[in-house]
Design a protein around this ligand. Structure first.
Ligand code: HPA
Length: 277
């Protein structure tokens, strides 16, 4: 079934949220799997379950909580989405535009996206953080599929700097001031729709194509944000080396263990960026 983009749906969701919170968020942070602990940094919190927002989507993934946390982070009014949506859950690409369009109607101007990802670049190590410089999405449709909504942006839009250079630079500056200083990579996120992890042959192909990290999320959100004129900063936490790098199977448990262990340093980095943005 073709699900068309529906401005009234986004508006209904945004108005239902505005009835329940007084904070007007400037920044939104979307947390990747098992990174929910970062939401604990939020002050003056108000939580809203996605299931209480008419027109919103529902998380089906147990490692994603499924709620908004409104409050202040780095002294800025912000909202965290603890739990995100993926194509592999059965959503269409057009439906995957819903969350960021609702954030846009709430007044969000800057989107920070985080994810757990497999390391494709052989210089990366498990636990490293990569600032996303660009992405590759050769498979699947655009979240802007269907009639264009001029309220957000134009039909054909430029994606040459989706990941805002100024914010990437700031992330490196903040990382160097943390104690201990945090070493960051900068690289290209390669999108695969999943839910299966990639084959070793796919990972070799992705490496040749220019991917440094691989994952199943983030790009639909970034594209929707870019269409709506938001600035974007993206972080990939390398939870495992991608398929075929080591002679061992990949597992969701491994991803969860590493993500939970590294959530604190990613949280400190994000808080530092918000303080200095
Ligand atoms: N591939 C795809 N998605 C992922 C991976 C991976 O290796 N690790 C965490 N998310």
């Amino acid at each position: 079934m073709l699900v068309k983009p529906d401005f009234a749906r986004y508006k209904t969701a945004a108005e239902a949220i505005q009835k329940r919170v007084s904070i007007q968020p400037e920044v939104a942070i979307i947390l990747g799997s098992s990174l929910g602990g970062i939401a604990d940094l939020m002050e003056h919190r108000t939580e809203i379950d996605y299931s209480d927002v008419p027109g919103f989507l529902l998380s089906t993934n147990p490692s994603h909580a499924g709620n908004f946390v409104f409050g202040h982070l780095g002294r800025r009014p912000a909202v965290i989405m603890s739990g995100r949506f993926h194509f592999y859950e059965g959503y269409s690409y057009t439906e995957l535009a819903v969350p960021v369009r609702v954030l846009s109607l709430l007044g969000v101007k800057t989107l920070i996206v985080t994810n757990a990802a497999g390391g494709v670049n052989l210089n990366y190590r498990v636990g490293d953080i990569m600032v996303i410089s660009d992405h590759i999405k050769l498979e699947g449709a655009s979240p802007m599929t269907g009639p264009n909504l001029e309220e957000f942006g134009s039909r054909f839009f430029d994606v040459s700097t989706l990941y805002t250079p100024r914010l990437r630079q700031l992330a490196f500056e903040v990382a160097s001031t943390l104690a201990p200083p945090l070493k960051l990579h900068e690289g290209v996120y390669y999108y695969c729709p999943g839910p299966q992890f990639e084959t070793p042959a796919e990972i070799r192909a992705i490496r040749v194509l220019g991917g440094d990290a691989v994952g199943m999320s983030t790009v639909t959100e970034t594209l929707t944000a870019g269409h709506a004129g938001m600035e974007v900063l993206g972080f990939s936490l390398i939870t495992n080396m991608a398929a075929g790098v080591f002679d061992q199977p990949l597992s969701d448990e491994e991803v969860g263990v590493v993500a939970r262990a590294s959530a604190d340093k990613l949280g400190a980095l994000i808080e530092g960026v918000l303080l200095r943005m």
